[in-house]
Design a protein around this ligand. Sequence first.
Ligand SMILES: Cc1cc2nc3c(=O)[nH]c(=O)nc-3n(C[C@H](O)[C@H](O)[C@H](O)COP(=O)(O)OP(=O)(O)OC[C@H]3O[C@@H](n4cnc5c(N)ncnc54)[C@H](O)[C@@H]3O)c2cc1C
Length: 454
Amino acid sequence: MYIKPNIAVIGAGLTGLTAAYYLKKQGHSVTIFEKGTKPGGVIQTHNENGFIYESGPNTGVLGNPEAVELLEELYPLCELEVADQAAKTRWIWKGNRWEPLPSGLFSAVSTPLFTVSDKLRILAEPFKPKGNNPEETLAQLVIRRMGTSFLHYAIDPFILGIYAGDPAHLVPKYALPKLYNLEQNYGSFIKGSFKKAKEPKSDRDKKATKEIFSVKNGLHNLIDALVNKIEDGNIILNCDHLTVIPIENNQYSVSTGKESYSHFTHVISTIGAHALGSVIPFADTDDLKRIAQLKYAKVAQVSIGFSKWNGQSLKAFGGLVPFVEKRDILGALFISSFLKGRAPEGGALMAVFMGGMRRPEIAELSDEQIVSIIEREIKSMMQLNEFKPDLLKIHRYEYAIPQYGPESGARLEAIRKIETAYSGLTLAGNIRDGIGMADRIKQGRTIAEQFAER
Ligand SMILES: Cc1cc2nc3c(=O)[nH]c(=O)nc-3n(C[C@H](O)[C@H](O)[C@H](O)COP(=O)(O)OP(=O)(O)OC[C@H]3O[C@@H](n4cnc5c(N)ncnc54)[C@H](O)[C@@H]3O)c2cc1C
């Protein structure tokens, strides 16, 4: 007997809202349950004193067609903003100054970031044998193929920028599958990149330009546009004590602690690993434990605005600080250099990141201590005589970015086991399939499309 899908989505972040949008578009009945007071999850934009700043993600990468297509569909409710050319330049801190990250062969040979012997190793990379340990960490893989200075001054800051992570913990098979597959499929990163660039691409794949994106006037416009399409009435906010309960006929009820909603044929969870156990307590305890082993980086994001900027030129995407440099910030994004209207004319807006997997204690410092570190670091690193920002906001995240490490195989198997044991239950969100906004959009849409195939 066919039972019309009635779907509960847990979490109104980007993943849950994207899934709900595409499900509704297919004509399905969807109810979203959200713990917070407003939708958007970690995506929140603020508008203050002439600055438009984000307390969660600032930008994404147009890394798949799904992200582009969602923004196309939501126009004119929200408008894609591709970052200015300045975003193509990235700085890396070495010694006592910023150095541009090499973007081509010539700059890679002349940069002071890498040692001469590692530059020679990089040239020999296409001829190195392929690795055969799928559980190898990123640090091991990079040292094997490119050398230690490349790990410290290219990969480490890159990983800080994306994961606030530690290359010695992340496993490329799970954390950077595109990089992992380059070596596995082509035998080398360099050979693989050249060959892939030459492979014919469909018009759809060409949409994934890999450009840096945001949304005009802030990412909350993307959230508002999704909410507008989904319709407010389908989102139940302030669900502090949410529990899913399996009932008869492979169906589920959802209790918010205050009210109970019944007869869902499907439940899609988009919440983090740490929160899952209390929402689906009926699942196997060992499987839940394996999922909960996923580590998250603790991060403090500090938005700083200057109505008039008197420091060094900030014509870049931002600057990243390799761990070996032993500074107290992970890096900074120079937001107003590549997104329009984020700071008053002649001013500057930056987002500074602190903490991460290797310095979590910094994210836990008091506001006063954080401000004092920021003042010291920004003054010395950005050549600023006087630190008098017109905006300074600190946002801390206990569970900012998931770290797909060696426990990932067991976690993915546990997810599969729970989904098999409970028909109609999907465990999604950042516990699998990538951490970036484009990954979240792709996952939300893919889940919704599986309903179209039923
Ligand atoms: C500080 C920071 C900076 C980032 N920077 C970038 C970046 O520059 N680029 C990029 O691409 N990505 C970035 N990311 C990652 C990106 O923000 C996320 O991948 C994406 O926004 C996550 O969306 P989500 O819906 O999966 O999760 P979330 O946004 O976390 O949404 C999950 C939702 O579930 C709700 N929830 C949790 N528990 C329960 C419960 N028990 N019951 C009901 N609801 C519950 C939460 O309140 C939340 O609203 C950043 C993340 C953080 C934290």
